[in-house]
Design a protein around this ligand. Structure first.
Ligand SMILES: [Zn+2]
Length: 99
């Protein structure tokens, strides 16, 4: 049984220099959370072996954003917070001038 599969461009060519190959690496990812610098060691990334371009794993980024954002996944537009009551003021649109 021959198990020949076409490898559909499984090699990640660098989009920057088009010469290098994006190699899977684990780097330390830095990001800011407010004023706090967060470092994430062993973060999966792809690094070009020619020009050094970095691309981070999309799922890992999403996972990280979920970790860092406590509001992630919660509906934020569901708050019933009434805006300031707007009272219709008679005559407010037209200033009455006492002539
Ligand atoms: Zn490159």
């Amino acid at each position: 049984m021959s198990d020949i599969e076409h490898i559909n461009s499984d090699i990640n060519l660098c989009t920057e220099c088009h010469a290098g190959i994006m190699q899977p690496r684990q780097i330390t990812y830095f990001t800011w959370l407010g004023e706090e610098l967060i470092t994430v060691p062993h973060f999966p990334a792809w690094i070009c072996d020619v020009c050094g371009k970095r691309e981070y794993d999309e799922k890992a980024i999403q996972w990280l954003n979920m970790l860092l954002d406590p509001n992630a996944g919660k509906p934020t537009n569901n708050k019933r917070r009434a805006p300031l009551p707007s009272r219709p003021q008679p005559g407010a649109s037209r200033p009455i001038q006492d002539s």
